[in-house]
Design a protein around this ligand. Structure first.
Ligand code: ADP
Length: 490
């Protein structure tokens, strides 16, 4: 099968969060299973060009109809760790992708609407006729809309679209100017509640809703999140749309790319280890302490890695930090926020605990340090208010670092409490709490620190259980292929 992924991120060349890992990991798995996969991305100035091999121009003057005229683009091709990636570089006055940041600009709606249009225009002109287009999140929600309304008639008629929702908090809500710019026009038609009309704001266009309505199949990134966005208030207004389209909707748990995330082969680590020979994990702990200037005491390290977004439970991270340093543990955080107020808050917190030898906050993006933290920590905290899938808890498990998570979304699908889960002990792999408040967090965090101190034998068993879990792309890869097959033959 020929599959094209259209996305705003792909690891490691353009990564903000889990979306990037998914686009890369899924593409790789699909290729291993014998499919031809290509990925279309924007050519950002902030992309990591050191991760692209043999970057070259493949299309010099792609004229993309836009705003009544045309924007001329160059399309580049290169391999990103073996994946075939095309990068769209528009020569527009607005410098759509030369902004020194992936997201957070006043015209993100237009930037990514343009990207959708350019990706389809490129496929049309370069004669790419994939059986499946797989697109992701609001940034590419317009792809199935443009395909059905404009590009099917132009020659892309037999392509089927699978659309994956990674986070319903961001839906790309904008005005009808996007319809005009992209050549769709007809606001009265597209703003109908059955199409792109936003459920809350009359007259507003909802790009994610367009993706749901117009694609052949919609997935989200875990079964529990699929349930939550149908039946709770976590859908940010799209519950009705998902209800109407429930027959083409399902949850597929994301996988982790064990080629990148594997303590047996990880070149970022000072020493490698596995479930069969875990002793070297302690070397990683010592290296982490040395790197972050933590003291060498008999204490577990509790770690967090992630975007500092309110969704991640920021007040609970702060609470955990003080619980750890006053409660026989150490605390490490690696994260950053595009929101200056949040970044400043954490910088103040970092300054507050500056002299404490049991904690360290690193407030930036650092892939290399992330690997060392997953390996060197003893426990991994994910206290999210909601979490569509969450990759960090699955990565942590692979590195023998049992997670402490709130039971929501993909966290509930992947972490099973050491004390309270009905599964046999060998299948339990972490600590789970339910209430999104400090008491809830304490109910798991204190058990975790207590087990580490008081019952090392059982803690070690738990750690090995976590390492033996299989959250690779193997199962999800098969699942996505079944979906592609289904929509291809429907
Ligand atoms: P989300 O998609 O909400 O950002 P996920 O848990 O799905 O969360 O994915 C987060 C990914 O981003 C993981 O691979 C994690 O290691 C990585 N990550 C997040 N913040 C940082 C950071 N500051 N430095 C390095 N890696 C990070």
């Amino acid at each position: 099968m020929f599959i094209i992924q259209i996305a705003s991120e792909c690891a490691p060349v353009a990564k903000v969060g889990g979306l990037a890992d998914v686009v890369f990991g899924l593409s790789r798995e699909l290729e291993i299973r014998g499919n031809a996969v290509e990925i279309i991305l924007p050519k950002y100035d902030v992309a990591r060009y050191d991760t692209i091999y043999a970057l070259q121009e493949v299309w010099r003057d792609l004229a993309v109809p836009w705003g009544g005229g045309a924007v001329h683009c160059t399309v580049h091709f290169g391999f990103v760790h073996g994946r075939k990636c095309f990068f769209i570089d528009p020569h527009s006055r607005e410098h759509f992708f030369n902004r020194r940041a992936f997201y957070g600009h006043h015209d993100d709606d237009l930037r990514f609407a343009f990207f959708c249009k350019a990706a389809l225009e490129f496929m049309l002109k370069s004669n790419k006729r994939p059986e499946i287009i797989h697109c992701h999140d609001w940034q590419t929600g317009l792809v199935p809309v443009l395909l059905y309304e404009l590009y099917a008639a132009a020659g892309l008629g037999h392509c089927r679209v699978c659309y994956t929702l990674h986070n319903l908090k961001h839906q790309g809500v904008t005005g009808p100017h996007v319809l005009h710019a992209s050549g769709l026009g007809r606001p009265e038609y597209f703003l109908h509640p059955d199409r792109l009309g936003d459920p809350f704001r009359p007259g507003a266009v909802n790009l994610m809703k367009g993706g749901i309505v117009y694609s052949n199949f919609v997935t989200t990134v875990s079964p529990t999140y699929a349930h939550e966005i149908r039946h709770t208030d976590q859908n940010f207004g799209l519950g009705h749309t998902l209800y109407i389209h429930q027959n083409k909707f399902g949850g597929v748990l994301n996988g982790v790319d064990y080629d990148v995330w594997n303590p047996e082969t990880d070149r970022h680590l000072p020493a490698r280890y596995s479930a069969a020979e875990p002793a070297n994990k302690y070397e990683c702990k010592r290296a982490l302490r040395r790197r972050l200037l933590l003291r060498d005491e008999f204490r577990p390290i509790v770690a967090f890695i992630g975007r500092l977004d309110p969704q991640k439970g920021l007040h609970l991270l702060r609470h955990a930090l003080f619980r750890c340093i006053h409660g026989g543990a150490q605390f490490v955080l690696l994260g950053s926020s595009p929101d200056p107020a949040i970044q400043r808050d954490f910088e103040r917190l970092k300054w507050e605990i500056n002299d404490n030898p049991d904690s360290h906050l690193e407030l930036r993006y650092d892939e290399d340090l992330a690997h060392l933290i997953y390996a060197g920590a003893d426990l991994f905290l994910v206290p999210s208010q909601f979490e569509p899938c969450g990759l960090t808890q699955m990565i942590a498990m692979k590195y023998g670092t049992p997670p402490i998570v709130r039971a929501t979304g993909g966290l509930a699908d992947t972490v099973f409490d050491v004390d309270f889960d009905p599964r046999p002990f060998a299948e339990r792999n972490g600590f789970v709490f339910h209430d999104f408040n400090p008491q809830g967090l304490d109910s798991a965090l204190l058990r975790a620190i207590g087990l580490w101190h008081n019952d090392p034998g059982r803690f070690r068993e738990l750690m090995l259980n976590a390492m033996r879990c299989d959250y690779s792309w193997n199962h999800p890869g098969r699942h996505y292929l079944a979906i592609y097959d289904y929509i291809r033959h429907k």
